[in-house]
Design a protein around this ligand. Structure first.
Ligand code: IMP
Length: 197
């Protein structure tokens, strides 16, 4: 069975492909000729992943899913949240996003909580019906960047499971075993298995 994943990111496709390997073959929208940007104008992760999955289904009429992820920092009232990719501007520059987050936390003073979590919401369209799955990775924001693995905010995020290093200092397999997206994907995989009998 083929399933379309609303991403243009080969790293994400690979990660999801490994988790779903005995259930389906994953393809990018571009493999089915859909190369346009998928709209993402919601105000929550739930709305955005739903919007992306619905858009794909309307265009391709095939089973598909979309994910949306945000980094929620307690002392910043859950920011950057759904705006994580564009936190420091439309350029979606990870370095600038991390610098802004560290500045905002520093401005709150040394006593401010650095607790945070990544949250992923996946919307699946299967046989025309919609389902959502969530995953989170809890942790805290480091004082400065360390490590070069992963992407996005990984160099400043310390997961509770590995408190002596940032996620950018974990190998890919270790990160996937605790990550928000890995957890959401495994929940979806477990549900799909129940559907396959
Ligand atoms: P997206 O919904 O996967 O595009 O994620 C939104 C933003 O959250 C991205 O631009 C990244 O900056 C950040 N992000 C998502 N997943 C991760 C992760 O696993 N590690 C670090 N940052 C992430």
């Amino acid at each position: 069975m083929k399933m379309v994943f609303a991403t243009g990111n080969a790293h994400k496709l690979h990660e999801a492909g490994e988790i779903l390997s005995d259930l389906c073959e994953l393809v990018m929208p571009s493999a089915l000729g859909l190369t346009e940007d998928i709209p993402e104008t919601g105000e929550t992760l739930e709305e955005n992943s739903l919007q992306k999955a619905r858009y794909l289904y309307d265009k391709l009429k095939t089973d598909c899913f979309a994910d949306d992820t945000g980094l929620e920092v307690e002392a910043l009232g859950g920011a950057p949240g759904v705006y994580s990719a564009r936190y420091a501007g439309e350029a979606k520059d990870s370095g600038a996003n991390m610098d802004k987050l560290l500045r905002e936390l520093q401005a709150l003073g040394p006593g401010a909580s650095r607790r945070a979590r990544f949250r992923t919401v996946i919307t699946l369209v299967k046989d025309g019906c919609l389902y959502q799955f969530e995953g989170e990775m809890k942790g805290s924001i480091a004082n400065s960047r360390s490590g070069s693995e992963g992407f996005g905010y990984d160099p400043i995020f310390i997961a509770d499971e590995y408190p002596d290093r940032t996620v950018a200092q974990l190998d890919e397999h270790t990160k996937n075993s605790i990550s928000h997206r890995g957890r959401a994907l495994r929940r979806m995989a477990a549900w799909l298995k129940t559907q396959n009998g």
